[in-house]
Design a protein around this ligand. Structure first.
Ligand SMILES: [Zn+2]
Ligand SMILES: [Zn+2]
Length: 381
């Protein structure tokens, strides 16, 4: 697939994806077109060459005037940058995004400064985004739905990569648009590469987001980078492992290196995927991801010692906890006998499961905090 090409998502009716040619790299940035009764686009690209998306609409016979919805997974400009341009060409489209992302889309000044600081020399591939007027925005909370006429899309909060991120779940087609919550899919290697940019990357909540995806268990994952892939437990498990190992690798290198700049330099020199994305993009990606982890480690260091210990202990038993976390009544069952359950049946179970998971995780933390407090108090007495 080359830059500007479109292809059908084979497991779904009327869903297409295109290669936006982000950073002049093929196989990196994908945008989806849902040819529903009320047509929609999922994510809007970086803004540069947004006309390619308009061309793609024409190729699947959608008049820009009939485009009804732009679903923006999060405010990072590689997903939201095209929105302000596309609404000019698609005058009847509403932009749907997380309630935390909305203000950044309508006043992108902070977003531009933050992106410049995060991506460094890669800014050359961006354009300054056009603001999205509030009158064209619909902001979403966890669990909100968007009606496309012949199907509805459920928005599911996924704050690990960025606090303003949503997953979009097409319940009819059992297809989940993951934004950056499931990492970057690399079709050439059939594996997922981490994405951990500053400033809100958080390892623990990233792992929680992958668990949320596992609970939904869609038939198809549609990655913001790159393209569709059949759902696969093993693929997601290896991604969780890769995330933990990645943060640990950066932490260890920081202990040895004399400066953060040396850490960034090290991972840039040893960047993976230079054979897929080219040297420039692969090294820039590595630098961005290291900066995000360093910011996360800095944040961790500001937490009281006993809070860090609790975070570490939660990470430690993640593997074991996952093994017993899914029960047949939650998410999509493995057995054939419950095939009559529709995708939307899974959602109440998912909310219940998440509530339970959040409550147990929270109770566990509170209990540990109380125990540490009692222990410390006894020591001082
Ligand atoms: Zn992102
Ligand atoms: Zn992204």
């Amino acid at each position: 697939m080359d830059i500007g090409d479109i292809a059908a998502v084979e497991t779904a009716d009327d869903i297409y994806y295109m290669d936006t040619g982000m950073y002049e790299t093929s196989g990196y940035g994908s945008v989806y077109i849902i040819d529903a009764d009320q047509p929609a686009i999922v994510d809007t690209g970086i803004g540069t060459n947004y006309e390619r998306i308009i061309d793609a609409l024409a190729r699947v016979d959608i008049d820009p005037h009939s485009l009804a919805h732009l679903l923006v997974t999060h405010a990072h400009l590689d997903h939201a940058g095209g929105a302000g341009f596309l609404i000019a060409d698609c005058p009847n489209a509403t932009v749907h995004t997380h309630e935390r992302a909305g203000p950044h889309l309508s006043d992108p000044a902070q977003l531009i400064e933050g992106t410049k600081a995060a991506v460094g020399e890669q800014w050359q591939y961006y354009v300054e985004p056009n603001p999205v007027p509030e009158s064209r925005l619909n902001t979403l909370s966890d669990g909100d739905t968007i009606d496309l006429g012949d199907r509805s899309i459920t928005a599911v909060a996924a704050p690990g990569h960025a606090l303003h991120q949503m997953l979009f779940y097409d319940t009819t087609e059992d297809t989940l648009f993951t934004g950056d919550a499931a990492g970057i899919y690399v079709p050439e290697k059939d594996r997922i590469q981490q994405t951990s940019p500053p400033s809100q990357f958080n390892l623990e909540t990233c792992l929680d987001d992958v668990r949320t995806i596992e609970t939904i268990t869609p038939e198809t994952l549609c990655f913001g980078h790159f393209g569709p892939r059949a759902y696969d437990d093993k693929l997601l498990s290896s991604y969780k492992r890769a995330l933990v190992e990645w943060v640990e690798a950066v932490r260890q290198k920081r202990e040895e290196a004399h400066s953060d700049e040396n850490v960034i330099q090290h991972f840039s020199e040893h960047a993976k995927l230079t054979d897929v994305w080219g040297e420039e993009k692969a090294r820039a990606e590595a630098r961005l991801n290291v900066r995000g982890v360093l910011a996360y480690l800095d944040w961790q260091a500001t937490q009281p010692e006993w809070v860090s210990a609790i975070v570490q202990s939660n990470m430690g038993f993640l593997g074991n906890y996952r093994k017993c976390e899914r029960s047949p009544s939650l998410g999509k069952p493995d057995s054939e006998d419950t095939n009559d359950r529709t995708a939307s049946d899974q959602l109440p179970a998912m909310w219940a499961h998440r509530a339970l998971h959040d409550t147990t995780a929270h109770s566990r933390r509170v209990l540990m905090i109380v125990l540490v407090f009692v222990f410390k108090k006894r020591q001082t007495e």
